[in-house]
Design a binder for this molecule. Structure first.
Ligand code: NAD
Length: 360
């Protein structure tokens, strides 16, 4: 086999969309050896943890993984596995392309955006202090001593660190992505007027680093203004570069612009490892019903193919998805159809097999 890829089906609709993506990538026939490993609630029973070390080791060994969504139990003290994975493997850049797809009716047909999200810092760094804990009390004291800040005794606290080094690498990553992929403009979203020392630093560092890329235009915009502009005129934007939390929220907004979460792929990329996963979550409301749209996971697989150098196969899979969507006969309920996850996958796999590349 030419490529070893770790496959993490995950929770909820994860196993369904993972099986679907596997069929399509196998049809692309580039010799993938799948190393399937558990994570999420499936792993909790057997391993006592949501992200077993064995699964992390498999990713370290294969260097690339295709991952389904993982449920984060809310309010139980569990840390998000996704956040831990991105930090643990230092997957500092998330790339989430949102483009209008054929046959999917949307309000703004000109949308063709790429969101680049910083993945390891900001309010998602995991630095938290529980309300009423001795640590929260000590931090309150420290803040009072340092700057006279008065925090209520019943406050929980989450810290927002943004560093120059962490920002520099994501800015370079974004601009180099722009150069490699023919993108013309990077828009940096922030709230620097309110969070001067975190967002302000992000903005200033982005401005400095962007000077090294004179062929790519850059602009900055306040994050609240960005949401309204995106809703009204998404065609104004080419690439968005965002700190972690804003990147998470704006990715879902962009998914909404092009027809929903079932369509948007994603990549988490670091210097050594890369994990590809759809933007959507485990969708417990439709899990096990065969209704999940597998396209986000399949397109995440296409991004994986491109990352491992299988460019023709990546194009083939993307073309096959477009073809099936354009015909409109086989589609899942989120797109107004009545086909199952597997029927969509099989239809796309059939197109993949039928593909004849033109002269290059
Ligand atoms: P979600 O993305 O799972 O679902 C939001 C809505 O979109 C639901 O109505 C769902 O049915 C629909 N949807 C999502 N994916 C779809 C698909 N492929 N086809 C058709 N419809 C789809 O978001 P949520 O409900 O906020 O989160 C559920 C769980 O997923 C939570 O535990 C959350 O922490 C987790 N989550 C995980 C990841 C990840 O693993 N990367 C990302 C986001 C959320």
């Amino acid at each position: 086999m030419a490529h070893r890829v770790t496959l993490i089906p995950g929770d909820g609709i994860g196993p369904e969309v993972a099986a679907a993506a596997r069929i399509v990538l196998d049809a692309a026939d580039v010799g993938i050896e799948w190393i399937e490993r558990p994570a999420g609630t499936a792993a909790l029973d057997d391993y006592g943890e949501l992200m077993p070390e064995e699964t992390l080791d498999a990713i370290r060994e294969s260097r690339v993984a295709l991952k389904g969504p993982i449920t984060t139990p809310v309010g139980t003290g569990f840390r998000s596995v996704n956040v831990a994975l991105r930090q643990g493997l230092d997957l500092f850049g998330a790339v989430r392309p949102a483009r209008a797809l054929p046959g999917v009716p949307i309000r703004h047909p000109s949308v063709d955006l790429v969101v680049v999200r910083e993945n390891t810092e900001d309010l998602y760094a995991g630095i938290e202090f529980e309300r009423g804990s001795p640590e929260a009390a000590a931090l309150r004291e420290e803040l009072r001593a340092l700057g006279g800040y008065e925090l209520r005794e019943d406050a929980g606290i989450t810290v927002k660190p943004i560093s120059v080094s962490g920002t520099r690498r994501i800015v370079r990553f974004a601009f180099e992505y722009a150069q490699r992929n023919g993108r013309k403009k990077v828009t940096v979203g922030h709230k620097a007027n309110v969070m001067r020392y975190s967002d302000g630093l992000f903005l200033r560092t982005a401005e400095e680093e962007s000077r090294a890329y004179p062929d790519v235009a850059w602009e900055e915009i306040q994050i609240d203004h960005l949401t309204s502009r995106l809703a009204r005129m998404p065609g104004d934007f080419d690439m968005l570069l965002l700190p972690n939390l804003y990147g998470d929220i704006i990715s879902d907004l962009c998914a909404g612009l092009v027809g929903g979460l079932g369509l948007i792929p994603g990549a988490n990329i670091g210097w050594e490892y890369a994990v590809f996963e759809p933007v959507h979550g485990s969708a417990p409301d439709i899990a096990g019903e065969g209704k999940a749209n597998p396209i986000a996971m399949i397109l995440s697989g296409a991004m994986l193919l491109r990352h491992i150098g299988e460019l023709a196969a990546a194009e083939n899979v993307e073309w096959a998805v477009d073809e099936v969507l354009a015909r409109g006969r086989v589609r899942t309920p989120d797109l107004g159809g009545s086909s199952t996850t597997m029927q969509v996958a099989e239809e796309i796999a059939m197109q993949v097999t039928a593909w004849e590349p033109g002269p290059s």
